[in-house]
Design a protein around this ligand. Structure first.
Ligand code: RTP
Ligand code: MG
Length: 142
């Protein structure tokens, strides 16, 4: 299995509920390593740049407003199949559809305030990691 890196964001709703530790614990319990991490309170423009892929979608404005509404914990997770593994741990985008035991089933409020972000493919993971972290800020094995 390939060792991969993926970008994770613990969104403002989950940070506001003091769930950072519980969510990071799930990543570590699943064998993913946290190789970079930082807290940021994104500006609307920084959130908009990150979600530029969704620019034309009807929910883009709300998404950028929500993602800049409070601090977030941004991390790089490394491990076997990290991208798919993280998305399994997260569960479906809409928490009402997320499987029991997933992060979104347990912590998300709604499709907007849905606790976490995770990259969805190798190319997007590489781009998303480079949006937030320089090479020198990532401590994983090369
Ligand atoms: P994410 O990017 O945050 O990991 O979530 P995802 O892949 O499961 O969902 P995506 O389709 O990439 O959408 C990004 C975020 O936009 C919000 N969204 N709202 N109101 C809506 O129909 C809608 N659809 C998506 C969600 O917060 C989603 O996480
Ligand atoms: Mg997505």
């Amino acid at each position: 299995m390939a060792t991969e890196r993926t970008l994770s964001i613990i969104k403002p709703d989950a940070v506001a509920k003091n769930a950072i530790g519980a969510i990071l614990q799930r990543f570590e319990n699943a064998g993913l390593r946290i190789v970079a991490a930082k807290m940021m309170h994104l500006s609307p423009a920084q959130a908009g740049g990150f979600y530029a892929v969704h620019k034309e979608r009807p929910f883009y404005g709300e998404l950028c407003a929500f993602m800049s509404s409070g601090p977030v914990l941004i991390s790089v997770l490394e491990g076997d199949n990290a991208i798919a593994r993280n998305r399994e741990l997260m569960g479906a985008t809409d928490p009402r559809k997320a499987e029991a035991g997933t992060i979104r089933a347990d912590f998300a409020e709604s499709i907007d305030a849905n606790a976490v972000h995770g990259s969805d493919a190798a190319e997007t993971a590489a781009w998303e990691i480079s949006y937030f972290f320089s090479q020198l800020e990532i401590a994983g094995r090369e």
